[in-house]
Design a protein around this ligand. Sequence first.
Ligand SMILES: Nc1ncnc2c1ncn2[C@@H]1O[C@H](COP(=O)(O)OP(=O)(O)OP(=O)(O)O)[C@@H](O)[C@H]1O
Length: 247
Amino acid sequence: MSQTLVEAPPALRLRDVTKRYGRAADATAVLSGVSAAFPAGTFTALMGPSGSGKTTMLMCAAGLTRPTTGTVEVAGQRIDNLSDKQLTRLRRDRVGFVFQHFNLIDSLTAVENVYLPARLAGRPALRGRAVELLNLVGLGERLKHRPAQLSGGQRQRVAIARALLTEPVVLFADEPTGALDQEAGREVLDLLRRLATEQGTTIVMVTHDAAAAAAADRVLLLFDGVLSAELHGASAEEIAHRVVSHR
Ligand SMILES: Nc1ncnc2c1ncn2[C@@H]1O[C@H](COP(=O)(O)OP(=O)(O)OP(=O)(O)O)[C@@H](O)[C@H]1O
């Protein structure tokens, strides 16, 4: 019997995404015809000068804002045309977020910070899974520590464990090392790298730091809302040079 092999869709795909803020017909496009596919288990860095549209691209990709035109798919499912209610569900269940500032709750322990937000959002989030994730991010010995008793890098690792609780299709990270010193930043990047390689997590990270971008599988360069280059295996020096020389 012959079998047709259907290729799995990428974890995330943007097709010809354009974003304009404001209704005026002449409103300038912040994103112009952005197309990119993010295969499952890959780690992509998004770089570009300030104002080039990185955060807007991340927001369109994560269902935080709708593109003006174009499509966005998460695991093969269109998300750009979802209702507000469906988008809320998508953000809760199918994508994870990590930000520069860890947004942990000071009064909760590390393990509570990982599972309580999901439970409060009505998910059957289990403490056992939170413990597993904290072990995975190297904090198995710090389960009952509160944020004030953790270093910056450790706090960000708690935030990463929290983002992974719902087993998201894509983990979005906006400047995850921006508030960390070099060594803590390196630990967080090593963790993201390991999550992609060993756990198959699909990661999309916005960063200004070429050294951080060099930890990814590839770097997408955005200039004036247009994806202008894709770098594979580039060094931090090369990435930094490409960003400043706009090539
Ligand atoms: N809600 C909004 N309304 C109007 N304009 C916006 C809005 N959000 C962003 N912009 C504009 O869109 C452009 C791109 O912004 P965006 O934040 O995506 O860039 P960025 O590359 O992430 O910048 P940075 O590196 O400084 O964070 C900027 O000119 C910004 O002023």
